[in-house]
Design a protein around this ligand. Structure first.
Ligand code: G6P
Length: 474
């Protein structure tokens, strides 16, 4: 397997010692439960100086993790920091992520000038480092390489050149842009990304909508031969199967994690603050696509349009740090904090704080929030899947109501049992929050049970197995 973020990351303590912890994010959660297999090699990038220091002592970048990463071998690539920075921050996170989530401020950005050419060359080098590491394994013609996400779109084709006997899969954890938006990319880059993924024998997506958008791009940008009945693309003498593999949650593991002492301690302290009020919960990386600002604006409109909720409801917003090397993310975090403060000042009273905004990383507190939620708000402007929408109902003690954006990949599975919203319509989101808060117990519990069974239907091991089965069938 190959992914930018690996199963572990290192940090240096005050005493100068390196400590290891499990990596975060949806891709790592998905892959970690697969990594118990000792036949698996997981190739990832060193993300920080502490990661680089850890691999400097490791033979050929192979980490000795003593079970921390499941059972798989982990090879962390020491990509030079300037190459890594251009590939990860500039191309992957500021261009490809922005294209697929449609985040550009179009009157001003993007501008693909000379600097972009240097960044694009770095993205190629970074992809080549992964392809070479995957090629450099002792496996024979039964070797299957499963390459993850928008960081590694060129690696499948590169690996195919190096090891034509391998079976190669690529999986996109993001949405895929509609063809007209995808065409913002410089023409040669738009072609390279598609051809890179088509170097794989199988390309996977989280829902049919993203797979269809990819097929549209193959047809209209490349002029490839697209067979929608068979879900196949033929291009440059090679055929790639397209598959939809929704990712769900390992429910039993999550439930047992959610009953551990660190979670119950946090439940008790949150209960002291919430008292008998209703609780709306949201859990996000502080990510531009998560739409936290409009979510806060909708909460404000709820308090204005339905003043009976003043003093009777609280919003717990857990907004974890993400991609702080990018100025847009730092500014976004600041605007979330500003708006939350403004709402507290406008409505708060000595015995009621309308919003609890917490921005430090604390997994146990997220699980406590899920357990206590009456309403779970998941309103991204666009999202590949969104696992919060699936984790929340699984853990909710009383049966929460899910208010869900129609632009999240999870909508394909959960729409029937959630209250669906247009994430740009703040007034409609406020109305949906009110509807969720007053939903009768019986209906709330029935819907939550149905959400729960859908959310746990394809745990990560089954998700991964379905990709391998599709790859084998090519
Ligand atoms: C999304 C992406 C993942 C990424 C995660 C966290 O889920 O699809 O590839 O790992 O966000 O982002 P980060 O940049 O911190 O790895």
């Amino acid at each position: 397997m190959a992914s930018n973020r690996g199963p572990v990351s290192f940090s240096r303590g005050d005493d100068g010692e390196l400590t290891v912890k499990r990596g975060g994010g949806g891709v790592v959660s998905g892959l970690s439960s697969v990594a118990s297999n000792e036949d698996v090699l997981w190739v990832c990038a060193a993300l920080s100086d502490a990661d680089r220091a850890a691999i400097r002592h490791a033979h050929g970048g192979m980490l000795d993790l003593d079970g921390t990463a499941g059972g798989s071998a982990v090879r962390m690539l020491d990509i030079p920091p300037n190459i890594f920075n251009r590939a990860y921050n500039t191309v992957a996170n500021s261009v490809l992520w922005f294209v697929h989530h449609m985040l550009f401020d179009i009157p001003n950005r993007p501008q693909f000038g000379l600097a972009f050419r240097r960044d694009w060359a770095a993205y190629r080098d970074y992809n080549l480092a992964f392809a070479e590491a995957l090629a450099d394994t002792s496996g024979g013609s039964d070797t299957r390489a499963v390459i993850q996400d928008y960081h590694l779109t060129l690696a499948p084709r590169m690996l195919r050149t190096l090891r034509p006997e391998f079976k190669i899969a690529h999986f996109s954890h993001t949405p895929w842009a509609p063809v007209d938006y995808y065409r913002l990319l410089p023409d040669d880059v738009a072609v390279d990304v598609l051809e890179g993924i088509l170097g794989a024998d199988h390309a996977g997506f989280l829902c049919q909508r993203w797979a269809d958008a990819f097929l549209d791009c193959c047809e209209h940008v490349l002029g490839a031969d697209v067979d929608r009945n068979r879900q196949q693309v033929s291009h440059a003498g090679h055929r790639t199967g397209i598959g939809v593999h929704p990712l769900g949650v390992a429910a039993d593991e999550l439930i047992s994690r959610g009953s551990q002492a660190d979670v119950t301690v946090r439940i008790s302290s949150l209960r002291e603050v919430i008292c008998d009020r209703k609780l709306i919960v949201r859990v996000d990386r502080t990510e531009l696509s998560k739409n936290i600002v409009r979510g806060l604006a909708a909460y404000r409109e709820l308090l204005l349009a339905h003043p009976q909720w003043q003093g009777k409801v609280m919003l717990l917003s857990l907004a974890y740090p993400s991609r702080h090397d990018l100025p847009e993310y730092r500014e976004y975090t600041a605007s979330v904090q500003r708006l939350a403060r403004a709402i507290d000042e406008e409505f708060g009273s000595p015995d009621w704080t309308p919003i609890l905004l917490q921005t430090n990383d604390d997994y146990a507190r997220s699980l406590a929030g899920y357990r206590l939620a009456d309403v779970l708000l998941v309103n991204p402007v666009r999202d590949g899947m969104n696992l919060v929408a699936k984790e929340g109902p699984i853990l909710s003690d009383r049966g929460c109501v899910l208010v869900l954006s129609r632009e999240a990949g999870a909508a394909a599975e959960l729409a029937d049992d959630a209250i669906m919203i247009n994430p740009f319509d703040v007034a409609a989101t406020a109305a949906a929050l009110h509807e969720a808060l007053v939903m009768p117990d019986e209906e709330r519990i029935r819907r939550c049970q149905s959400l729960r069974s859908k959310a746990g239907a394809v745990p990560p091991t089954a998700w991964f197995a379905s990709q391998l089965a599709a790859l084998d069938a090519q």
